[in-house]
Write a new protein. Structure first.
Length: 145
């Protein structure tokens, strides 16, 4: 009996150690390293991550070092300094390059459909799993009696 209690205590200690390590490692995710950046710099960095490079496949201008990306970065800096809003900058870039210039689809109009599809697929999967689980459980109960 004491052996089982000792094994259980060791397991609990191991679980708490693992939980402690996970919690400590996740605290770095919440640390904000951009404390010394101005609002303009933060706006620029956010826009830079939202605009795709027109010639690079699946890269934002923040990730790309092409001449086009550098030109777009300079354009965004200039327009922020001129007082343009983020939406106005994005609208201008959409009019010049098309909707594909945005890294993520807009959450309005027909693009809203693209945001809803994953949720519908997830709900369908959960419903299918649940109904199969109920069917299998019902059959096994019927076989046991």
């Amino acid at each position: 009996m004491k052996n089982k209690e000792k094994i259980l205590d060791n397991r609990m200690n191991n679980y708490f150690i693992c939980l402690f390590i996970i919690v400590i490692s996740l605290t770095g995710c919440f640390y904000n390293i951009d404390n010394d950046l101005s609002d303009i710099e933060i706006r620029f960095l956010n826009l830079e991550k939202q605009i795709k490079c027109p010639i690079c496949p699946a890269e934002t201008i923040a990730e790309s070092n092409t001449k086009v990306s550098k030109d777009l970065k300079n354009f965004i800096k200039l327009k922020i300094d001129e007082g343009w809003s983020d939406d106005k900058i994005k609208s201008f870039l959409i009019s010049k390059y098309g909707k594909e210039i945005l890294a993520t689809p807009q959450k309005k109009g027909s693009d809203l459909f693209l945001w809803i599809i994953p949720l519908v697929v997830l709900l369908f999967g959960v419903f299918t799993y649940w109904s199969l689980y109920k069917t299998i459980r019902f059959r096994t109960k019927g076989e046991q009696s």
